[in-house]
Design a protein around this ligand. Structure first.
Ligand SMILES: [Zn+2]
Length: 61
Protein backbone atom coordinates (compact mmCIF):
# COMPACT_ATOMS: atom_id res chain seq x y z
CA UNK A 1 0.00 0.00 0.00
CA UNK A 2 2.67 2.46 1.04
CA UNK A 3 4.90 1.35 -1.82
CA UNK A 4 2.04 1.81 -4.32
CA UNK A 5 1.32 5.26 -2.96
CA UNK A 6 4.99 6.26 -3.22
CA UNK A 7 5.12 4.91 -6.74
CA UNK A 8 2.06 6.89 -7.83
CA UNK A 9 3.46 10.02 -6.18
CA UNK A 10 6.71 9.51 -8.07
CA UNK A 11 4.71 9.00 -11.26
CA UNK A 12 2.85 12.26 -10.61
CA UNK A 13 6.13 14.11 -10.14
CA UNK A 14 7.46 12.67 -13.39
CA UNK A 15 4.29 13.64 -15.26
CA UNK A 16 4.35 17.17 -13.81
CA UNK A 17 8.00 17.63 -14.73
CA UNK A 18 7.67 16.21 -18.23
CA UNK A 19 4.60 18.34 -18.99
CA UNK A 20 6.40 21.55 -17.98
CA UNK A 21 9.69 20.79 -19.69
CA UNK A 22 8.58 21.60 -23.27
CA UNK A 23 7.11 24.90 -22.09
CA UNK A 24 10.32 25.83 -20.29
CA UNK A 25 12.44 24.87 -23.30
CA UNK A 26 10.18 26.91 -25.61
CA UNK A 27 10.37 29.90 -23.25
CA UNK A 28 14.19 29.78 -23.09
CA UNK A 29 14.45 29.31 -26.86
CA UNK A 30 12.02 32.17 -27.50
CA UNK A 31 13.89 34.44 -25.10
CA UNK A 32 17.11 33.63 -26.93
CA UNK A 33 15.52 34.40 -30.31
CA UNK A 34 14.23 37.76 -29.12
CA UNK A 35 17.06 38.85 -26.81
CA UNK A 36 20.06 36.83 -28.03
CA UNK A 37 19.58 37.41 -31.74
CA UNK A 38 17.93 40.82 -31.41
CA UNK A 39 20.77 42.35 -29.41
CA UNK A 40 23.56 40.29 -30.98
CA UNK A 41 26.73 42.13 -31.82
CA UNK A 42 27.12 40.15 -35.02
CA UNK A 43 25.41 42.04 -37.82
CA UNK A 44 24.92 38.78 -39.73
CA UNK A 45 23.03 37.11 -36.86
CA UNK A 46 20.98 40.24 -36.32
CA UNK A 47 20.12 40.51 -40.02
CA UNK A 48 19.19 36.81 -40.17
CA UNK A 49 16.82 37.16 -37.22
CA UNK A 50 15.42 40.32 -38.81
CA UNK A 51 14.84 38.57 -42.15
CA UNK A 52 13.10 35.65 -40.42
CA UNK A 53 10.85 38.12 -38.60
CA UNK A 54 9.88 39.66 -41.96
CA UNK A 55 9.41 36.20 -43.52
CA UNK A 56 6.79 35.46 -40.84
CA UNK A 57 5.08 38.79 -41.63
CA UNK A 58 5.67 40.19 -38.16
CA UNK A 59 5.47 43.98 -38.36
CA UNK A 60 8.64 45.59 -37.04
CA UNK A 61 9.38 48.83 -38.89
ZN1 LIG B 1 12.27 44.89 -40.13
Amino acid sequence: MIKEQTQSQAQAVVEQTSSKLPAVVALVFGAFIVMGAGFANSQTVHDAAHDVRHAFAVPCH
